[in-house]
Design a protein around this ligand. Sequence first.
Ligand code: DC
Length: 217
Amino acid sequence: MKNFVVAIDGPAGSGKSSISKRIAKDRGFTHIDTGAMYRAITLEALRRKINLANEDEYTFLKNTSVIYKEGITYLNSEDVSKQIRTRNVTNNVSTTAKLKVVRDKMVDFQRESAKEGLILMDGRDIGTVVLPNADLKIFLTADPEIRAIRRCKENALAGIESDYEKILAEIKERDYKDSNREISPLKQADDAILVDTTSMSIEEVCNKIISLIDARL
Ligand code: DC
C-alpha cells in the first residue's frame, strides 16, 4: 500500500485535532493524535502519584503501551479518551512531555504507526523530529485569544463550564513551555507551510489543506 504522510504541527488550540479528524475522514487517512499519547502517559504518571518532573520515576514506561486508534486512546488496552482531557492532565502534560525518556518512547510508537498507508499525524514536533521526511508539512497557528475562545466553545458543547481568562492564561503558559523546552520544542519546520487560522473557519482550513494534499498525491 502507498505510504503518504502528512505532518500537522501547531500550538494548543490551533485546531490540529478537529481539522485532522475531518480531513482523515474525508480522504481516507489514518489520523494519529500524538498529543493524546503524551496525555495518556501523564494520566498514568498522575495515577501513580510520582514526581512528574523526575525522569527517574518513569520506570513504569517499560511496561506501558499507548495506542491511538480511530479516535480512541488506549493506555494498556484501557480506553482513556475522556480521562486524558481533564484539566489536571492538561495542566500537567507539558511537564511530562519535556522528558527525554518519555519522548523517546512516544517517538518510537509514532514512527512505527506511520510506516504504512495514508497517515495524518498531528503534534508539536512531527515535521521537525518524528517524521522529517513527511510528504507534506503544515504548521497551523492562530492568535491565543481566538484559540481560547475556541476552547471555551468546545467545552460548552461538552457541557463543561469555562473561564475565558483562565483558559487564555493556560494556553499562553503551555505555548511558552512547549516552545522553550530543550528537547523537540514546538517549532515550524523549514519546509512546512504556515496556515494562520485566526480568521478562517474549520471548513476553510480543511479545504486549504485538502487542496495541498491533492496537489502532492
Ligand atoms: O495537542 P495537545 O494539546 O493534546 O497536546 C498535549 C501536550 O502534549 C502539549 O502541551 C505538548 C505535548 N505534545 C508534545 O510535546 N509533542 C507532540 N508531538 C504532541 C504533544
